[in-house]
Design a protein around this ligand. Structure first.
Ligand code: SAM
Length: 426
């Protein structure tokens, strides 16, 4: 979501006349787009923010914009007091505060208003930054902003505000614009992406959106994340199975494999329901891969409750598991009402056990591709190898002197590991 937000802002800044630079000391404007989903992300953002102070001291004209969840939809006065060298603050997904600040500065310097230009930029379809036009292969399109689910551990609803879907036509037109600018793969984003449209007057669905996007000529692949188990309709699964451009890959977090913990997390489903859903996804979408998210060390999680999560992962054998250690976030229900009573050592130990298990599972799943041919969409070259992904979202590396960017090619897999595969173009 932050990558998509940053790209939108970068493109707007270009339209105002700015150009990107890799060197912070050369910049006239620096935007720090932040995430606070766990303490580690927040610490990183604060560290970066502190490192900007000397630049501002050296160049008082430098504009520093602090954006994203460190600010949140309700603002964050204490952060602004603590870091007075920040000039502009912006809530997540909102380019307007910085653009307004810069255009009024420009108006003071030049003596004429930039309001009309600003309105055109804010209302227009996303134009990719010049450096990415006809280069970017895979792009994100946010379709649901905010979240209203209120899982007890999660800070996102407080920081990103209530759930609201983007208008249907706006998404289709943005997708078309991106394809016109060379994009081959689009990933639709939402905290609960499968709730798309429920808040819109005509109740369009994610399945409808997928069907319309599938018609776009020149678009090769469509993905979406993250789904909540309770909102995955049969219609959605059928659309994924039937539409050629929609990749057979589903991101549907379980978060814990124990009913009491799921209830304390306020996830709204049981382990049995989740297992039933996974069975259905696998039955309806041949060759599907499924990714999940798991939090270990939620308040009160006992060894035996953790063991239920471990056993569930061993049983379901997910293709990917995004693992996190519980991190109390100020203001969430779990932080206010529950005791963070699993020690750091126990959280780490549980994390490592799941990591080891998942490594075995992924190794075994990927090994099945050895000698087989898969379609790879190539994204970029790093060192001497091209990097791409299979429809199942598995990373594949291939050695080639040709320009493979944006091409979908059959690749025979010659080596497999837990996190990636290597192959040869046939
Ligand atoms: N909206 C999606 C959902 O909840 O399923 C994903 C949002 S979040 C950016 C990605 C992951 O971060 C979550 O799935 C969860 O596993 C993890 N996460 C969220 N809050 C957390 C917390 N307080 N401590 C540890 N992990 C957390």
């Amino acid at each position: 979501m932050n990558v998509a937000d940053s790209r939108r802002l970068a493109s707007a800044l270009e339209q105002l006349g700015y150009q990107p630079t890799k060197r912070p000391e050369e910049a006239a404007v620096i935007v720090l787009n932040t995430c606070v989903v766990r303490q580690s992300a927040e610490d990183k953002a604060i560290g970066r923010l502190s490192s900007l102070k000397p630049l501002k001291q050296k160049n008082p004209d430098l504009v520093i914009n602090l954006m994203g969840c460190l600010i949140g939809v309700r603002g964050n006065q204490s952060i602004q007091k603590r870091f007075p060298w920040v000039d502009v603050v912006s809530p997540p997904s909102d380019p307007e505060p910085l653009l307004t600040y810069l255009s009024s500065r420009l108006a003071r310097e030049t003596g004429h208003s930039h309001q009309e230009k600003l309105n055109a930029i804010l209302d227009g379809d996303l134009i990719l930054p010049a450096s990415e036009q006809n280069k970017l292969v895979s792009a994100f399109i946010p379709i649901v902003y905010g979240c209203s689910h209120a899982c007890t551990y999660c800070i996102i609803p407080a920081k990103r505000g209530v759930e609201h879907s983007r208008p249907y036509r706006e998404i289709l037109s943005e997708a078309q614009t991106m394809v016109d600018q060379g994009v081959k793969e689009i990933t639709l984003l939402g905290q609960i992406v499968d709730r798309y449209g429920l808040d819109l007057p005509e109740h369009p669905t994610l399945a409808m959106l997928l069907r319309d996007l599938d018609e776009i000529e020149g678009l090769e692949r469509i993905r979406f994340l993250t789904s909540h188990p309770n909102w995955m309709t049969d219609d959605l699964l059928d659309a994924v199975a039937a539409l050629p451009k929609v990749c057979p890959h589903i991101e549907v977090p379980i978060q814990a494999g124990d009913d009491a913990i799921l209830k304390a997390m306020r996830r709204g489903y049981t382990v049995a329901k989740y297992k039933e859903l996974i069975g259905k996804i696998r039955a309806r979408i041949p060759g599907v891969s499924i990714a999940t998210d798991i939090i270990v060390g939620f308040p009160g999680e006992t060894e035996s409750q953790f063991q239920h999560t471990f056993d569930l992962l061993a049983e379901l054998r997910m293709d990917v598991a995004h693992l996190a250690r519980y991190s109390p976030r100020t203001g969430t229900y779990s932080e206010r009402k529950m005791v963070d009573d699993v020690s750091d050592a126990d959280k780490m130990h549980r994390f490592r056990r799941l990591e080891t298990l998942q490594k075995e599972i992924a190794t075994e799943i990927h090994a099945r591709f050895l000698g087989k041919t898969v379609e790879v969409l190539f994204e970029e070259k790093s060192r001497d190898r091209w990097r791409g992904r299979t429809p199942n979202n598995i990373l594949v590396f291939v050695e080639s002197d040709e320009n493979l960017r944006g091409k979908v090619l059959p690749v025979t897999i010659t080596w497999t590991g837990p996190w990636s595969m290597v192959g040869e173009i046939i």
